[in-house]
Design a protein around this ligand. Structure first.
Ligand SMILES: C[S@@+](CC[C@H](N)C(=O)[O-])C[C@H]1O[C@@H](n2cnc3c(N)ncnc32)[C@H](O)[C@@H]1O
Length: 308
């Protein structure tokens, strides 16, 4: 479907996304020196932001996290720089999925939190959620822990060092001293297939490739690739969800390619899962997809779930 005036709501960001209205970059450049240093000034006195430049993206995300959430975040050199609008759309969808449960203290798992630990920090700071952040890359673990500490969120966010990156929850749940009941899990999986001869997919004519972002690509090979790409990663989450059915009330994962949504839905069907839902996240020209499933059948996930 092509975006037009009639259907623009369908393509908009989540209604509660603070970035639904484009920020006033000129005002923000006046307020934040580090951001100002990566912007250029147009002849009309307005500031322009080069989204194709990695350093600009870093300063932009840092500045937006401070301005909107009072979060002071740093990223490991060369690591993935998260775009805030997408992360917020995902968090807001989780809020919608959980709304009907009327929970007091929400507990979530962030699979592959990255060096920024962005989902866990946002969940903790914005919603007071207790977050378990799982990460396998040592440098990311170090940065994620430092980000939690710098923002005084140690009571709400635990960063767990994943000892085996072929596992998802297993290593954590195997320790019987640990918390065993969570309300949701979320994941932005490594997308590219490390078994492919050209993991980052030079063939831009391939209809199944991940839609090219307008922004500069950031992130190390280790963060962005895994054996089998995102489909196999999410299938592993499904497999481990079968072993931990009641430990997490709602399992979710994001997907970078639309064609992978029916693959995951088919896999869930094969495993006998019927309480399943999907959504789309729209942010500017970039769309991402997400799938949710639950072994608790009393509340159908499709109720009250929408990205807009
Ligand atoms: C695409 S990045 C997402 C980072 C962050 N969540 C974000 O959205 O900006 C995927 C992350 O998952 C981590 N990872 C890969 N396999 C993992 C596993 N089995 N358990 C925990 N983390 C893993 C990678 O090191 C990387 O930091």
């Amino acid at each position: 479907m092509v975006k037009n005036k009639q259907n623009s709501k369908k393509f908009g960001m989540h209604l509660r996304n603070v970035l639904r209205q484009a920020p006033d970059y000129t005002k923000l450049a006046i307020k934040y020196k580090d951001f100002r240093n990566v912007c250029s000034l147009e002849l009309n006195g307005k500031v322009s932001v080069n989204f194709r430049n990695e350093r600009t993206l870093r300063e932009l995300t840092k500045m937006l996290l401070t301005e909107y959430f009072d979060l002071n975040v740093d990223f490991a050199p060369g690591s993935l720089v998260p775009t805030l609008a997408l992360r917020l759309n995902y968090i807001l969808w989780i809020e919608d999925l959980l709304e009907s449960f009327k929970l007091d203290q929400i507990k979530g798992i962030d699979i592959g939190c990255g060096s920024s630990c962005i989902y866990s920090l946002l969940g903790a700071k914005k919603n007071n959620w207790k977050m378990l952040a799982l990460e396998s890359k040592p440098e990311n673990i170090e940065y994620a822990r430092e980000n939690v500490k710098r923002n005084h969120l140690e009571d709400l966010v635990e960063v767990f060092a994943q000892p085996d990156n072929t596992c998802i929850f297993k290593s954590y749940f195997e320790q019987d001293t640990k918390e065993q009941m969570y309300h949701f899990c979320l994941c932005n999986p490594p997308f590219f297939d490390s078994n492919s001869p050209n993991p980052f997919g030079a063939n831009t004519r391939n209809p199944e490739r991940r839609p090219a972002p307008n922004n500069a690509r950031t992130g190390s090979q280790e963060e962005l690739t895994c054996a089998g790409g995102e489909v196999q990663f999410v299938q592993r989450i499904v497999d481990e969800s079968l072993e931990n059915k009641l430990c997490v009330r709602i399992f979710t994962s994001m997907l970078g390619v639309k064609a992978n949504v029916p693959r995951i839905l088919e896999y869930l069907k094969e495993k006998g899962l019927t309480n399943v839902s999907t959504t789309e996240f729209h942010q500017g020209h970039t769309t991402r997809w997400a799938v949710a499933w639950s072994f608790y059948t009393e509340t159908p996930l499709s109720q009250g779930t929408s990205s807009n």
